[in-house]
Design a binder for this molecule. Structure first.
Ligand SMILES: *Cc1c(COP(=O)(O)O)cnc(C)c1O
Length: 253
């Protein structure tokens, strides 16, 4: 596994971002894609505010977090930065939907109608709207969040009822492995699912976005059509906190 070095200063963040953009460009070149069609979402979970301010100065204008309370706390602390947006990329419990409605600009882990309804209710009350992606379990691991691929079409048909949710596409976490032959099929599955869903997506539901790929596998994801890659450690450095604190399933990976 790659060792990810920590970025603290603005200059170090600029360097890490340049390295990641170069890797994105190389993956795009290999697959005949325009790098402008791949968005880099920096994932800042566990990283404290002082370093986030430097990442922001280096050009990170949206930050991805997967714990709502941690994200909300950082948003409050940095609310003096009007051009900094927040993306929630982790599983959400309905009792935290109100917090997300308050400050997030996108939510990438929608996987239940209960959460959709709770978000919509709070967003309507605040006069806000939210970009959402539907999370799909493409690895078949029982411990992963997300809808099973076969359940996504029926789920998506229900979403126009939630007027303040702008459905943009799909998100997935691949199998966590160094073996590309195991990781790639997860990305292929998400892309193929999107192609099928596009054919009869209800009005107002867009199926353009494919959020897939992280520090260890984003090149593979880009080769399979990712429009958004969620990259934490390659920008911020290795995390001291084990991912089990963030992913229930980390223990079985
Ligand atoms: C932490 C996380 C990432 C980024 O993982 P890195 O290994 O830090 O690049 C991407 N997506 C989700 C849902 C995450 O929780």
């Amino acid at each position: 596994m790659t060792r990810y070095t920590t970025a603290n200063t603005v200059e170090e963040f600029r360097q890490h971002l340049a390295d990641v953009h170069a890797r994105i460009a190389a993956a795009c070149q290999r697959s005949g894609r325009d790098p402008a069609t791949v968005r880099l979402l920096p994932v800042s979970k566990t990283v404290p505010e002082a370093r986030l301010r430097n990442a922001h100065l280096a050009g990170c204008h949206t930050l991805g977090e997967n714990k709502v309370q941690e994200a909300h706390r950082k948003w409050l602390a940095m609310s003096n930065l009007p051009d900094l947006k927040w993306a929630i990329i982790g599983h959400l419990q309905t009792n935290k939907a109100k917090l997300v409605a308050e400050f997030a600009s996108e939510f990438q882990a929608l996987d239940s109608l209960r959460v959709a309804a709770a978000l919509d209710k709070h967003l309507q009350a605040l006069g806000r709207s939210l970009d959402v992606l539907v999370q799909v379990n493409t690895s078949g691991e029982a411990s992963k969040f997300g809808l099973l691929p076969d359940d996504v079409a029926a789920f998506v048909q229900q979403l126009p009822a939630f007027k303040s949710l702008r459905v943009r596409g799909l998100m997935t976490l691949a199998l966590f492995s160094d073996d590309a032959a195991k990781v790639r099929p997860c990305f292929v599955r998400l892309r193929e699912l999107r192609e099928r869903l596009r054919e009869d997506a209800p009005d107002g539901v867009a199926m353009d976005e494919l959020s897939m790929g992280m520090s260890g596998d984003f090149e593979l994801a880009i080769e399979q059509g990712a429009t958004s890659v969620r990259v934490g450690q390659a920008i911020f450095g290795a995390r001291a906190v084990p991912d089990s604190a963030y992913w229930l399933d980390a223990a079985v990976r």
